[in-house]
Design a protein around this ligand. Structure first.
Ligand code: SF4
Length: 457
């Protein structure tokens, strides 16, 4: 750390690095430091993020009402059909349940909810207190499943049992119990499952449209615009496409082992990454359809011809500006660094909640010297880094927005509260427009931090 760097908790120092200052090393994938107020969510939230876009399932949070605060309204995944996932259910455990156990209340909740909402399946999330009092979630779910004739799936996501990645694993294990239980007759060989996209603002539909144009069938959105029956037959797809590898890679690995389904890591953000992902899919199926690579190249050409001139216009104002990126999964950070380069902007701070050692090494390799790389940050650190680097815009999620606005920094929500799709080629244009609108807003001239700074020519 340089002399001018802010004070950082001693225990956090090895989770922060600056590119170009000695050999790069970053500690990560460890439990958050108690008291540091991590930006990261708990294990339960990790599971909830992955599973709740499954739109025809019932999602029941077994725990105190506070755990259920993370609702569709915070991260609104879109559905083209049923919208049961928009409702949040909780067993609302109280003191007496904690003393005498919550199993009866859970069984009663399932008995009340399933006949009313007729879900295709129910996911029951375990929370901290359930882990502490030792309710037998699996037994209650099994009995409810037999009573109601639908899969009632326990999600072992006790908040305290690790970090958010544990929640991803619990979600993947829960989904894996559905995969393989449906018929796969009629699924063509050239077919994919879209993993790790959550269709927050219609992104899954953009990617699906590319595949439709290329004649590639999409079997299941995992979990964007997700359906229980699609998951049941997902093992019939020829290929799994894994974006946000932290969240859904475990399911891809389970499916590879159990059903031999190969997977590719992809990203649907930016320009190069979207094109490379489409080319990789075309390459995978080229023996089955030798015309696919050429048709994919044509699609990419068409999209870029529409996109590039418009990006060029926006870039004129943005050239030389600085950005900070703090996101859940590291894949997004990679793609955003590249996306900002297309806008002539430099990413001066980059971090994620759940990156791995390999992710951070690769991130550092594409960052400019001096870039701060941070794992599992907290508001204190992020505020200090934003001030130090004097960035023009911060890209993050719902918890990062107030940090940016309090400091008088433009903000782009790339996660929770977003209503405009930021994936695919059209998503790159939407992203560029949003960054342009935030950075160029005249309001930033009047924040105290900027008033002291010399006006740009
Ligand atoms: S599961 Fe635990 S850590 Fe997560 S929201 Fe509930 S009480 Fe908080």
């Amino acid at each position: 750390m340089s002399e001018s760097a802010p004070a950082i908790f001693e225990e956090r120092k090895d989770q922060i690095a600056r590119v170009g200052e000695g050999s790069f090393a970053l500690a990560c994938n460890r439990d958050s430091l108690a008291g540091a107020v991590s930006q990261r969510a708990c294990v339960f939230c990790g599971s909830r993020v992955v599973l709740y876009p499954i739109a025809d399932a019932l999602h029941l949070v077994h725990g105190p009402i506070g755990c259920a605060a993370y609702t569709w309204d915070i991260r609104g995944a879109l559905s083209s059909g049923p919208e049961l996932h928009r409702l949040s259910f909780s067993t609302d455990l109280q003191e007496l349940d904690v003393i005498f156990g919550g199993e009866k209340k859970l069984a009663a909740s399932l008995d009340e909810l399933i006949p009313v909402h007729r879900p295709k399946a129910a996911f029951v999330y375990s929370t901290c207190i359930v882990g502490l009092i030792g309710d037998d979630l699996a037994a209650v779910c099994k009995a409810a499943s037999e009573r109601h004739g639908i899969p009632v799936i326990p999600v072992q996501s006790e908040g305290f049992k690790g970090n958010k990645r544990e929640g991803y694993l619990a979600a993947c294990k829960a989904m894996a119990t559905l995969v393989g239980t449906g018929g796969i007759v009629g699924i063509p060989k050239i077919s994919v499952n879209i993993l790790g996209d959550f269709n927050l603002a219609g992104e899954t539909w953009i990617i699906k449209d590319y595949f439709e144009r290329l004649g590639i069938a999409v079997v299941a959105g995992v979990t964007g615009d997700g359906r229980v029956d699609d998951l049941r037959r997902a093992h019939g797809a020829g290929l799994n496409l894994v974006q946000c590898s932290g969240a859904t890679m475990d399911l891809a690995k389970i499916m590879q082992e159990k059903y031999g389904t190969p997977f590719l890591k992809v990203s649907w953000i930016g320009i190069e990454d979207v094109a490379e992902s489409l080319y990789a899919v075309a390459g995978h199926f080229k023996d089955l359809d030798p015309t696919l690579p050429a048709r994919t190249a044509e699609l990419v050409r068409e999209e870029l011809a529409a996109l590039m001139p418009r990006l060029k216009e926006l870039r004129r104002d943005l050239e030389g500006r600085k950005a900070a990126v703090y996101v859940g999964g590291a894949f997004k950070a990679f793609s955003l660094i590249k996306a900002f380069r297309h806008l002539g902007m430099q990413v001066a701070i980059v971090g994620s909640q759940t990156g791995t050692e390999e992710d951070y090494r690769e991130l550092a390799a594409i960052c400019d010297p001096g870039t701060i790389v941070v794992d599992d940050a907290n508001p204190l650190e992020l505020s200090a880094f934003l001030k130090e680097k004097d960035v023009d815009v911060f890209v993050g999620g719902v918890k990062e927005r107030p940090i940016a606005h309090k400091l008088g920094v433009g903000f782009c929500d790339h996660n929770h509260e977003r209503k405009i799709a930021l994936e695919g080629f059209v998503g790159m244009l939407n992203f560029a427009r949003e960054i342009h609108a935030s950075v160029m807003s005249p309001v930033w001239r009047f924040v105290p931090r900027r008033e002291k700074r010399e006006e740009r020519p």
